[in-house]
Design a protein around this ligand. Sequence first.
Ligand SMILES: [Zn+2]
Length: 414
Amino acid sequence: MRNIARFVVDTHSHISTLYQPKGAFSENIRKEGKWNGMIGEVAAYDNSALALYDMDRFGVDMAVLLPSMCGTYNEKQVEIMKKHPDRFRACCSDQLTMTKAMKGEIQGWNLQMSLDEIEAALKTENYVGIGEFVPGLNLYRYGYYPAPEFEKRVEEWDAFCELAIKYDVPVHFHEYIMFYRLPKTLWNHIKLLETVAGRHPKAKIVFNHGYKDPDLDVPDLIESMRDVYAMVSSYPNIYMETGGWCEKNFEVAFDSGVSARNLMWGHDYGNVPQYMFRKNILDRRIDGKIGLMTDPRVWEYRKVDAQFGSQYKGVPTIPTYQPNFYAWGMRTVDRVGDWLTQDEIDLIMGGTAARLYKLPVPFPRMFAEGRPDIFGENWQHDWYPFIPDEQITNPEGFRIPIERKYFDDSFSEG
Ligand SMILES: [Zn+2]
């Protein structure tokens, strides 16, 4: 079988629910036919059978499971991981605290309650990261608690980053929303990302979806993409997900100095409430406004995009089938493979994730090293060996030594 890369990791997977509302919340969908989304609680479901079928079918070695909506509890991710420890890893968030706060079971929620839940989870060593959403975000954006000012949110991020550094795990950054009828951002999310990354150079931050869809309130979508990717490229501690990217995202990112060492492949795999749409398929949003799929500028550079069905007339919120994000995402990478090197594709498709999430990889020498064009000037100090020995299932007991000239400061003087 021919695969796209040596080791493939889906870094953004949701397979612990089919998004069916749970308990009293299911009344909304039964009586009114309305899905209650984040603000209810979805029933847990182990969707790993179809996930594993797809992973085997498309050559995906491992997937990182992210809790997200209410009801996709941390423990459910671990339960699935423990059934298939060679295929899955799990991230954690304040799932229980958030759900209780939304249901009114916790009065006077504060950030510390959420931080305590995350820290208790990290202490179990069952989790490899924090996310998909960090505390507060959903409580603020659905109006349960007032959203803090920018500076206060930066301070809240100080706490998230401190936890991430203490337990040496990445933290996911998803400070924007794609649902209709809600403000897209509560803060300038790009400025927030830059501020947080600058304040915490030791924190590894995963920018979810990697700005796959530029903010629509900018005059020029591509220029905005260029500005954001240029900013990201100047912070080595920001990682981006590329799973839903189109060719233009890859093109602009690499033109702007982004490196494959910071890119990972993953995009909302699972029975998520998203479909893959193409141009001119959707008339308009439910609220009649221009949305991503109805903004003609998007179709100047994109041919297909994944979007939430809830925003558009005539589309059921929850797909009754599971859209095939793996095949779609891999075909995009195939197309940019015309100009990206295979070394870079191997990093994007799995190497970067293997290093970031400390995943077991079968052999040494599987990923690029010694390429200053990918790893920068300090590659020999910061990036060699790319995968530490303890992560390698079949180590060789030695490393090919680096040529002396690279450690000799006088070399460049002749
Ligand atoms: Zn997600």
